[in-house]
Design a protein. Structure first.
Length: 410
């Protein structure tokens, strides 16, 4: 009897199957997956190698929009229009990435972000005010999805009403990247959203160039290189502001929902957090480790590389699984259990590492902390609605899945 190897059962676009990932990590941690045409990498140590060597594992072109502009859009913006996405951090490689990263990081400092904590708490409280008297809620659409969009709008100094447009902008980018045979009507709809995202952000930048304010957009405009490097152009600013919106919305919503879910699934954990708020920062790290909101990502090899003893040719597509790396028993004792006090939870790779380390990690951590504290304070009797104990429902994919809902009561 020939048994199917574990790797043959791995579906990167399916739900996380942690038992299977564990078997693969032990038996064949680096392997080629025909379905996605990529080398899959599952061990913590090998994923770290990818992060350590951005020159060998390139990002360039990864997020290109591939659906061409339909005639109706060309008539509106001209055939020469280019959506400025190719200047985004997660789309570029050194040395271009190095310059963009240095400048954006100068603006995106812990100081700029952390002083927003009282505003974020107010935002969380306003959202909770909207449903606190209902006795039940679908927490993703009522709460977790709004925290990141409003937080990013607030930090950037955008009108709060823009936050409601972000999901449409993100959907436009993702679908124009990925859907090969899109109808003309759909392409027009999605391209209009993409162009709107460009125009509204461009208008904000023009406004702040004329009159700087106390916000991240003004700081990004003002950021200067130490060594005569040119400051960010308008297209670079737009690409990176939109990049923050895309990278920071669904990810943070998933993180908050997952932590709430894990705490409520075994309610003794919720009770512990109620009694000891000092646990919250570790809880956030363990939430990131246990259910990595970014399940994995791709790179392209620029030369032949060896990972986990496997030779991978130049020009290959590589997919690293953060879901697998973050449950690696070589790094995390009792990796399959959600541990409120895990001492080394912070060794997770849920934010990546080094060159492309998540620019928004400080904001994401702050949002998660504030959102959890607000829920603990305002809804101490929170519990899962009946039938919610079989795992959270997702529309799955191999990078950031779409979380469909979390029904709770109190
Ligand atoms: C829980 C929430 C979040 C998670 C789990 C997360 C995860 C990640 C990961 C894994 C990467 C690296 C990807 C790679 O190396 O291929 C990344 C990069 C990035 N993230 Fe986040 N992220 C989160 C929230 C945010 C927020 C709130 C923002 C901004 C407001 C943001 C902005 C970015 C940007 C701009 C990059 C690209 C950095 C670069 O390539 O230099 N992220 N994030």
């Amino acid at each position: 009897v020939v048994s199917c190897p574990a790797t043959g059962r791995f579906d990167p676009n399916g739900p996380d199957d942690f038992a299977l990932l564990d078997q693969i990590r032990r038996e064949q941690p680096v392997f080629f997956h025909e379905g996605i045409g990529a080398w899959c990498v599952t061990r913590h140590e090998d994923v770290m190698t990818i992060f350590r060597e951005p020159e060998s594992f390139a990002n360039g072109g990864m997020l290109d929009v591939t659906v061409p502009m339909p005639a109706a859009i060309i008539a509106e913006v001209g055939a020469d229009y280019v959506w400025p996405n190719h200047f985004a951090l997660n789309q570029t490689d050194p040395p271009q990435h190095t310059r963009l990263r240095k400048l954006t990081q100068k603006a995106f400092t812990p100081r700029t972000i952390n002083r927003r904590e009282p505003d974020l708490r107010q935002l969380a409280d306003e959202l909770i005010d909207g449903f606190v008297d209902d006795g039940r809620a679908e927490l993703v659409s009522a709460f977790t999805s709004h925290v990141p969009t409003n937080a990013i709008a607030m930090v950037l100094g955008m009108d709060r009403s823009y936050a409601n447009r972000f999901p449409g902008w993100v959907e436009a980018h993702v679908s124009l990247m990925a859907v090969p045979d899109m109808s003309e009507e759909e392409a027009v709809k999605q391209w209009r959203r993409l162009i709107e995202s460009d125009q509204l952000t461009r208008a904000l930048i023009e406004e702040r160039r004329r009159e700087p304010a106390d916000d991240l957009t003004s700081e990004l405009i003002a950021a200067r290189g130490d060594d005569g490097e040119p400051s960010l152009t308008d297209d670079e600013l737009i690409a990176n502001i939109l990049g923050m919106i895309t990278a920071g919305s669904d990810t943070t919503s998933i993180l908050i929902a997952n932590i709430v879910y894990r705490l409520l699934l075994d309610r003794a954990r919720w009770e512990r957090a109620l009694g000891d708020r000092a646990l919250v920062p570790t809880l956030v790290e363990e939430g990131l480790r246990y259910s990595s909101p970014v399940r994995g990502n791709r790179r392209t090899t620029t030369r032949e590389v060896t990972l986990g003893g496997v030779a991978i040719p130049a020009g290959s597509s590589v997919y690293f699984s953060l879901s697998a790396a973050n449950r690696d028993a070589e790094v995390f004792a009792d990796a399959e259990s959600f541990d409120l006090c895990r001492a080394n939870a912070g060794e997770h790779l849920a934010f990546g590492k080094w060159a492309h380390f998540c620019l928004g990690a400080v904001l994401a951590r702050l949002e998660a902390k504030v959102a959890l504290e607000a829920l603990l304070d305002r809804l101490p009797d929170l519990r899962l609605a009946p039938g919610q104990d079989q795992g959270l429902p997702y529309y799955n994919n191999m990078i950031v899945p779409v979380l469909l809902g979390l029904e709770v009561e109190w």
